[in-house]
Design a binder for this molecule. Structure first.
Ligand code: SF4
Length: 501
């Protein structure tokens, strides 16, 4: 059995992913999206940048082991040869050890062999004693992110364990090279080595004993996982509770201890039964969400819906606002505004687009002109991002507070209004999910925020205007979907209150 650092990393995020990587039917995997490929390229480019920068700052250029792609054994031999030579820095070296399964399970009893592999981004020579002589190597991983996440530290500890076996000496340090102020971050090996060994043992046991972990759909993990299609199909067929908004892994664990693992049982439960581990409001929300999905109906949140209903403005002219951004450029390149004139019965879309990054200030000024032409119009948007961006742009391109404050007071976040007022029979509260449920159709069903980032990058690279037009169409549809949602919410709440009067 073979366990790589990548599999150990995935195991920490989702046990099932590592299981499927080893035993799953590869024909069911989805190829990476354009956005995932872009992130991968950015990571590689960032690594090359850091390596080049270190050389500029006086580090010696790195060596890279030469071996046929995928031939780990050859990679490990080539890496060991470089270590024996005592080269200063090795990029993408391969560390490999083979031994018996650890732990106390059946695998160990049967003496199964396990091959552990890791490939730190950098191995750096240090003074010390090892099998090679008066030197040893310490590992560094280069990450795009700014945070020293637990899973990165566990993988760094895994590198040190393999290094200890390859060079016959424990490295005393392991490093993460992080973006931003943190720079080189020293991993606390006293803390993370024991954690890593426990994680490694559990992971190996799962694999050796072929214990397939239960499916759990978590938006953050699953949306970037190649196994989403088969996992989602299983979750759907089981009506798995992870498909309910609000059911996180830790809350699910609690529901399991209470034996509330089916939609019916949760819908029937008294919320008090879920307390005190879950707060009253969370418990009520989960039960209500289960009822909504089970009965396929919208449920009013009595305590909030009246406040929302009375606070939702309907004006002769309303603005619907949506932004497209390119986070890696720290750029908000499209400020889309749909002007809805209810009296004239017209809708006009204004796509204020920065055709090149330097145009961001120009579109900000155009946006200020446009919204000030409708000083009484409420500005609807879906998520806090739009208001946060207005604050960011106002700061970046000094804008008087007396202009920004009244502008922000016109903003209405429909995501908050919807989630406060009602529970919907859906798997999530994204604009796309709700608007699709209301019957709204995006002209390009494949378009999404991540895809539009890729389109914009390609537009900058190629000048292909069809890409820019695709983004504008997507952004306009987002504004129209927000409009559809607002009208539905107003009608729904009015109807509900008329029935009650
Ligand atoms: S789709 Fe989700 S549950 Fe399935 S393996 Fe991937 S992360 Fe795990």
């Amino acid at each position: 059995m073979l366990l790589t650092a990548e599999r150990l990393l995935h195991y920490q995020r989702c046990h099932r992913r590592t299981f499927l990587d080893v035993y799953g039917d590869r024909t069911l995997k989805t190829p990476p999206s354009d956005f995932q490929l872009k992130l991968l390229q950015e990571r590689l480019a960032h690594q090359q940048f850091i390596l080049a920068e270190q050389v500029c700052q006086g580090a010696t250029p790195h060596y890279q082991p030469n071996y046929p792609k995928g031939d780990w054994k050859a990679g490990a031999q080539a890496t060991k040869a470089l270590m024996q030579q005592g080269v200063e820095r090795i990029h993408k070296g391969v560390l490999l050890t083979t031994g018996e399964a650890i732990g106390s399970g059946r695998a160990r009893e049967q003496g199964e062999k396990v091959t552990l592999i890791s490939h730190p981004d950098l191995l750096i020579k240090q003074p010390g004693k090892s099998d090679f002589g008066d030197w040893l190597y310490v590992p560094t991983d280069i990450h795009l992110g700014k945070r020293a996440k637990q899973e990165y530290q566990i993988v760094a500890a895994y590198h040190t364990q393999l290094l200890a076996s390859v060079q016959g000496a424990w490295p005393e340090k392991a490093w993460l090279n992080l973006r931003g102020k943190k720079g080189e971050y020293e991993v606390d090996l006293w803390r993370w080595l024991p954690e890593m060994q426990i994680t490694l043992e559990k992971c190996m046991q799962m694999l050796l004993e072929q214990q397939e972990p239960e499916v759990f759909i978590s938006r953050q993990q699953c949306s970037v996982c190649p196994w989403l299609t088969p996992c989602y199909a299983i979750a759907k067929s089981q009506q798995h509770l992870s498909l309910l908004p609000g059911v996180t892994p830790s809350r699910y664990q609690h529901l399991q201890t209470l034996r509330l693992t089916t939609l019916e049982s949760l819908a029937d439960a008294n919320p008090v039964y879920l307390e005190p581990e879950l707060e009253t409001e969370v418990a009520q929300h989960l039960v209500q969400q289960a009822q909504s999905v089970l009965e396929n109906r919208v449920i009013l949140t009595p305590s909030e819906s009246f406040t929302v209903a009375s606070g939702l403005p309907t004006a002769p002219i309303e603005l619907y606002f949506d932004i497209e951004a390119e986070p890696s450029l720290n750029l908000d390149y499209l400020l889309g505004v749909l002007v809805v004139d209810r009296q004239a019965n017209t809708e006009t879309f204004y796509p204020l687009v920065a055709e090149k990054p330097a145009d961001e200030e120009a579109i900000w000024l155009q946006f200020l002109d446009l919204v000030s032409a409708y000083p009484d119009a409420p500005i609807f948007h879906y998520s806090p991002y739009e208001a946060d961006t207005v604050k960011r742009l106002a700061k970046l391109y000094p804008t008087p507070a007396e202009q920004v404050k009244p502008l922000l007071s016109r903003f209405v976040d429909l995501h908050k209004q919807v989630t406060d007022a009602v529970t919907l029979p859906l798997e999530g509260y994204s604009l796309k999910m709700i608007a699709n449920w209301l019957g709204f159709k995006w002209r390009d069903p494949q378009a999404n925020g991540s895809q539009s980032i890729c389109w914009y990058d390609k537009w900058l690279e190629t000048g292909d205007r069809t890409l820019l037009n695709a983004i504008l169409r997507y952004n306009e549809d987002d504004c129209k979907a927000t409009h559809r949602l607002k009208d539905w919410l107003v009608d729904f709440l009015q109807c509900a209150y008329q029935k009650n009067i």
